[in-house]
Ligand binder design. Structure first.
Ligand code: URA
Length: 185
């Protein structure tokens, strides 16, 4: 897979020059919308989810569909103000049929995710689910990592980042018995 060569993009360039014109993976639906992150560009916290759904694509806002509203409720229950956080996804396009993104898609989008990380320079990253864990940490099985704090070096960053993996709220919505874990993590 050939990666774009320009790693000095601004936020706007990540989206407009890079991501919207992207053909890094074979996935290229007719109305492809590239959804990069939103939030303060100097945020201490970055949240990384999986991929946009239909509502996110329509509103061009990460975590704005049913799962997002469910997640917002959890955030407000634990006193986190979404407005203070930079929220993005491991994959920038809505997967066909809302399937879990393939490893090829995750690998292709990683270029854009890394560029967002370099621009925001977060101290802490909330890893929302397995796809984000694979994209940022290179490991899978969120159930083995949730609730732990990892400190990792991300290639290209000159400092270490604290990583907080949690179950994906979509998974918790389908399996509400795990809600206390989402809440405490
Ligand atoms: N909405 C997003 O933007 N990302 C997810 O992972 C789930 C819902």
């Amino acid at each position: 897979m050939e990666q774009p060569t320009n790693i000095n993009w601004s936020f706007e360039e990540v989206r407009n020059i890079g991501c919207n014109a992207c053909s890094l993976c074979s996935y290229s639906p007719p109305n492809k919308v590239c959804l990069t992150g939103q939030g303060p560009r100097d945020a201490e916290w970055m949240f990384v989810g999986e991929a946009p759904g239909a509502r996110e694509q329509e509103l061009e806002r990460p975590f704005s569909g049913p799962v997002g509203r469910y997640f917002d409720l959890t955030l407000s229950n634990v006193g986190i103000d979404r407005g203070e956080v930079y929220i993005t996804n491991a994959c920038k396009c809505k997967p066909l049929h809302d399937d879990k993104p393939t490893s090829t898609q995750v690998a292709a989008c990683k270029h854009y995710l890394l560029r967002e990380i370099y621009l925001v320079r977060p101290k802490k990253i909330l890893i929302i689910g397995d796809t984000a864990l694979i994209a940022v940490v290179g490991k899978s099985k969120i159930s083995s990592y949730r609730g732990k704090v990892l400190t990792i070096k991300i290639e290209g960053l000159d400092y270490s980042v604290e990583i907080y993996p949690i179950f994906h709220p979509g998974y918790i919505r389908r399996n509400p018995r795990f809600y206390p874990m989402l809440y405490t993590d």
